[in-house]
Design a protein around this ligand. Structure first.
Ligand code: AP5
Length: 189
């Protein structure tokens, strides 16, 4: 079966950067993971349904539409075999409130061995969002980012209760990307 690891973190925390670094390290050791971005699979489903034109627009769609796209993405990803990383979100901040990234029907499709939360100080995340011009980030304050990270920890605990998965926190601090990559690689070994 291989391992199924879910990687989460608020937008702009750097989860994709850390995962890519860790995958490079692991490949040197002969450990191979397939990395799947849940948002990308959702975006493909959403484009096929012609409901959205850019990936940052998905979290603004009505809740039932997001949930339906989410379910289809989970069903497609669940078919993947071998060691798999699923780069996604514990919760998605939508205009109507927090949407669970892994509601029960998604969790039961994926049944991860581990959920990893990538975190850092809220001020650092705010700074990264402001300098990343490739994405359309929500204009959250530091306090709102801190609340989102706190809420994600609670949700990760709930996911662990339902699926029995481990929960691990990897810190991705400014100037310490190498340490984050090493911690992530160790968790994936
Ligand atoms: P997704 O594409 O995952 O959106 P995202 O969270 O915004 O992801 P990013 O890849 O942009 O951010 P990141 O945290 O990976 O940061 P990055 O490495 O780029 O998802 C898109 C959408 O899909 C969601 O909005 C949602 O609508 C939907 N979706 C996804 N999963 C879902 C689910 N389960 N249910 C429902 N909807 C779902 O880094 C950011 C910046 O920081 C970069 O400039 C980088 O260079 C810099 N950086 C990184 N690390 C460091 C460091 N240590 N020091 C300094 N700078 C750093």
């Amino acid at each position: 079966m291989g391992k199924r690891i879910v990687i989460t973190g608020v937008p702009g925390v750097g989860k994709t950067t850390v995962v890519n670094g860790a995958l490079g390290k692991l490949a040197e050791e002969g450990i191979i993971y397939q990395s799947i971005n849940f948002g990308t699979v959702m975006f493909e489903v959403a484009c096929a349904q012609k409901v959205v034109s850019d990936r940052d627009g998905m979290r603004k769609l009505p809740g039932p539409v997001q949930r339906e796209i989410q379910r289809k993405a989970a069903q497609a990803i669940a078919k993947t075999e071998g060691n798999v990383i699923i780069d996604t979100h514990c919760t998605v901040k939508t205009p109507k409130g927090f949407l669970a990234g892994l509601p029960e029907w998604v969790l039961r499709e994926l049944m991860p061995d581990m959920v990893i939360l990538v975190e850092t100080d809220e001020d650092q995340i705010l700074g990264r969002r402001l300098t990343d011009t490739t994405r359309v980030r929500d204009p959250d304050s530091s306090k709102e980012i801190a609340l989102h990270q706190e809420y994600n920890r609670g949700m990760a605990a709930a996911y662990s209760m339902v699926s029995g998965c481990m929960v691990k926190i990897v810190k991705n601090q400014d100037f310490l990307l190498d340490r984050a990559i090493a911690d992530m690689a160790e968790a994936l070994m």
